[in-house]
Ligand binder design. Structure first.
Ligand code: ATP
Ligand code: MG
Length: 335
């Protein structure tokens, strides 16, 4: 089975419904057909200097949410990035293969650094795409299920892999397929359907957090911004009806029902009916999700054991790959 790898940064509070529908839900489905590795990207999160005590807690909470969503450590490898030191080691080698200008062209870096100013921007943020390339190349991954927002970083990974193979010999690293495994639907902010639901969305009123009080989630859904259409047409049409289409996508994801079927049920009836029922459906989905997550969080020692086991299995793959690359680069092996 082809190998795939994906990770998310540990976030403050919890992940949001966009992370679940767009990423986690896909990860769970991919476990059947791929040899999957899923990690908590704690090293990546250092680019924004999180509080140390909070970071440990967030890392466990993120892992607990992967598990609650259905990531199954008996079928996939679930681990914490910093537990596998090879990520940082290969990251350095790849930084030394990246042009300064090439890294400067990454649009995510340009966006984030222009907001933060050059003193507030760390070199880590600049080097982030090379660490991401290391994450992928360390496991000889064939495919990488990332969203459209990561396409440029994935292209850089391919460029670096080809460059390394040209300089150090064919087969030094495996060039991952550019094909992006079809990511899940994109979820929009409930207050602003033209913007992506995001942990950094301003205000956060239009975000459904996976571990927040379900009552708040219900309120956010009921308060969703929809279009002014006197016929109360309900149909999936993201261009003309972004708010309604977003609600339909969420409705389908949390209930497993077909979008057309839901649209037919609510068409012409007034958007309030759709929102109230969707709020109930979101709460009905969140409650057991939160129960599962709290079970994992109630026993951190057990959770840490699951993560330690994942790290062992990940290292068993990563260490020989790093050895191979070190050898090709001419680093003197330990006698
Ligand atoms: P940030 O605002 O800091 O970029 P984020 O909310 O976009 O944060 P990420 O950590 O960038 O979250 O994304 C983690 C995963 O979730 C990625 O695979 C990303 O594509 C996916 N994802 C994030 N937001 C959404 C969304 N609104 N809809 C669908 N997928 C999403
Ligand atoms: Mg993002």
């Amino acid at each position: 089975r082809p190998r795939i790898l994906s990770g998310m940064q540990p976030t403050d509070g919890s992940l949001h419904l966009g992370n679940y529908i767009g990423a986690l839900r896909q990860w769970v489905a991919l476990q059947d057909d791929f040899d999957a590795l899923y990690f908590v990207a704690d090293l990546h999160s250092l680019t924004v200097n999180p509080d140390p005590a909070a970071l440990r807690e967030r890392t466990r909470r993120t892992a607990a949410q992967y598990l609650a969503a259905g990531v199954d450590p008996s079928r996939s490898i679930l681990f914490v990035q910093s537990h596998v030191p090879e990520h940082a080691q290969l990251g350095w080698l790849l930084q030394c293969q990246t042009g300064f200008g090439e890294a400067s062209r990454m649009t995510q870096f340009k966006d984030k650094s222009s907001k933060q100013g050059s003193e507030g921007t760390t070199v880590g943020l600049f080097a982030y795409p090379m660490l991401m390339a290391a994450d992928i190349l360390l496991y000889d991954s064939a495919l990488v299920p990332v969203g459209e927002d990561q396409r440029q970083h994935l292209e850089l990974t391919r460029d670096l892999a080809e460059r390394v193979n040209t300089r150090f010999g064919a087969g030094t690293v495996v060039v991952p397929d550019a094909h992006i495994v079809k990511a899940g639907a994109k979820i929009q902010d409930l207050q602003n359907p033209s913007a992506k639901m995001s942990k950094s969305s301003s205000g956060g009123k239009g975000v459904v957090w996976l571990l927040e009080d379900p009552k708040k989630a219900a309120k956010a859904v009921k308060g969703a911004v929809t279009d002014a259409d006197e016929t109360y047409a309900v149909r999936f049409d993201p261009a003309a009806k972004p708010g309604i289409s977003n609600l339909l996508t969420i409705f389908s994801a949390v209930t497993g029902r077909e979008i057309d079927d839901i649209a037919a049920e609510y068409d012409g009836r007034g958007y309030g009916y759709l929102k109230v029922d969707l709020a109930d459906a979101v709460v009905a989905w969140l409650a057991p999700f939160q129960e599962r997550a709290s079970t994992y969080l109630a026993d951190p020692a057990e959770l840490d054991k699951v993560l330690a086991d994942g790290a062992d299995r990940a290292r068993a793959i990563a260490a020989p790959v790093l050895d191979r690359v070190y050898e090709r680069f001419g680093l003197l092996p330990v006698a």
